[in-house]
Design a protein around this ligand. Structure first.
Ligand SMILES: Cc1cc2nc3c(=O)[nH]c(=O)nc-3n(C[C@H](O)[C@H](O)[C@H](O)COP(=O)(O)O)c2cc1C
Length: 191
């Protein structure tokens, strides 16, 4: 069966650098026959988790009625999730963080619904490297999160790109993103 890849785009720029790389991941995944869906989180009505803990009593169903509701089944059905974000203030964007915070609702089934899924990470930043940009903090966050959720990080694609279009001048980076998509789409990784 073909795999399902869900891409969560955390940039407000739909044609920005991380989005271009995420689209290459999507293309690589589609080439393998995977079903790929991209979600632009910016502009969706996603409220912060308010820590009401109702989800502990509702078998993991979050009671906040907003645009996370149609996202939950997509997240749960995905074999692989790609987190795509610009580095903002030395970590992931607020748009992506809001979405991930709402995964707290998955606590009721003991987080096990996420176990075994694959993850891909796409990060772009304006500064020269992973450390000075703060991209390293974003990677630590994803690594901690995936360890906790028992998700496997298949690949991390990151690079310097400030203005829109900068990433298009970096064929190696585009190629790495495409190859990440191919790896995520490969059927042998299917649970
Ligand atoms: C609000 C804001 C905060 C930013 N913070 C950082 C930062 O901490 N480190 C960095 O290297 N670049 C930072 N940047 C630059 C972006 O990470 C960079 O332009 C990135 O490629 C944008 O990706 P996008 O085109 O996908 O939105 C920031 C940009 C904005 C708008």
């Amino acid at each position: 069966m073909n795999k399902k890849i869900l891409i969560l785009n955390g940039s407000p720029r739909q044609k920005g650098n991380s989005a271009v790389l995420a689209e290459r991941v999507a293309a690589g995944g589609r080439e393998t026959g995977a079903e790929v869906e991209s979600i632009y989180l910016h502009g969706l009505d996603i409220h912060p988790c308010d820590a009401c803990d109702a989800c502990a009593e509702t078998e993991g169903v979050c009671i906040i009625k907003d645009d996370m509701q149609p996202l939950y089944p997509k997240i749960l059905q995905a074999d692989a999730i790609v987190f795509s974000s610009p580095v903002y203030w030395f970590t992931i964007s607020a748009q992506l963080k809001l979405c991930i915070d709402r995964w707290y609702g998955l606590q009721a089934p003991g987080w096990k619904e996420m176990a075994g899924k694959q993850a891909g990470i796409v990060l772009t930043y304006g500064d020269a490297d992973l450390v000075s940009s703060g991209g390293i903090n974003a990677i630590h966050t994803f690594e901690s999160m995936c360890r906790f959720l028992r998700m496997e990080i298949v690949g991390i694609v990151h690079g310097t790109a400030g203005d829109i279009g900068d990433v298009e001048k970096q064929p190696e980076l585009l190629q790495k993103a495409y190859q990440l998509g191919q790896r995520l789409g490969e059927n042998k990784e299917k649970k």
